[in-house]
Design a protein around this ligand. Structure first.
Ligand SMILES: NC(=O)c1ccc[n+]([C@@H]2O[C@H](COP(=O)([O-])OP(=O)(O)OC[C@H]3O[C@@H](n4cnc5c(N)ncnc54)[C@H](OP(=O)(O)O)[C@@H]3O)[C@@H](O)[C@H]2O)c1
Length: 163
């Protein structure tokens, strides 16, 4: 049995996802959305994304991918490759690939569902996620929200299913 792999990512209008190993915006609604989608399921991330978050996220198995053989982190399972990270969650029904760009690129062939948030603004970024090609990905759900007092930008959630 293999877990269904889903990908969660938030991009700006140019596909930017980060700069200087940080997110580009603070959007509480999207953090809540991320929490709702991933809680109760394993999350798999690159070591740089883990460093950027700075802690294991609660109520989920946290799997961190690193080539450092001596890396040990409290509350985190470390895998030395994407393949071994996926093997660690093989008995779960689904797991989420949560970034960053290096891990997204390697994981794309194994992903069934993409949960994309588009933040409707352009930021200066150094890390990007390529927009899902309509040849391979069908948008099955789209939901736009306006900016409000807590969220400075409007944003759209799009769920893509692999064709
Ligand atoms: N907007 C979003 O949705 C979102 C989501 C996640 C992250 N981000 C942003 O993305 C940026 C980080 O992304 P990134 O691409 O620079 O880094 P990353 O993908 O998070 O992590 C890269 C690290 O993962 C490890 N790694 C990658 N491939 C591996 C493999 N095949 N085998 C073993 N280890 C492997 C290496 O760790 P070692 O160096 O330890 O060997 C590598 O340095 C940050 O700015 C973050 O804020 C944005």
């Amino acid at each position: 049995m293999a877990a269904i792999l889903e990908l969660v990512v938030a991009v700006d209008e140019q596909g930017g996802i980060g700069k200087n190993n940080q997110l580009l915006w603070h959007l509480p609604a999207d953090l809540k959305h991320f929490k709702e989608i991933t809680t109760g399921h394993p999350i798999i991330m690159g070591r740089k994304t883990y460093d950027s978050i700075g802690r294991a996220l609660p109520n989920r198995r946290n799997v961190v991918i690193s080539r450092q053989t001596d890396l040990r982190i409290e509350g985190v399972e470390v895998a030395d490759s994407l393949t071994n990270a996926i093997a660690l969650v093989a008995h779960e029904n689904k797991a989420f690939i949560i970034g960053g760009a290096e891990i997204f690129n390697q994981a794309m062939p194994f992903i069934s569902i993409i949960h994309l948030t588009i933040v409707h603004h352009s930021f200066e970024a150094d890390t990007f996620f390529e927009s899902p090609s309509p040849i391979t990905w069908e948008a099955i759900e789209t939901e736009t929200h306006h900016a409000d007092e807590k969220n400075a930008y409007s944003y759209t959630y799009i769920t893509f299913k692999k064709r």
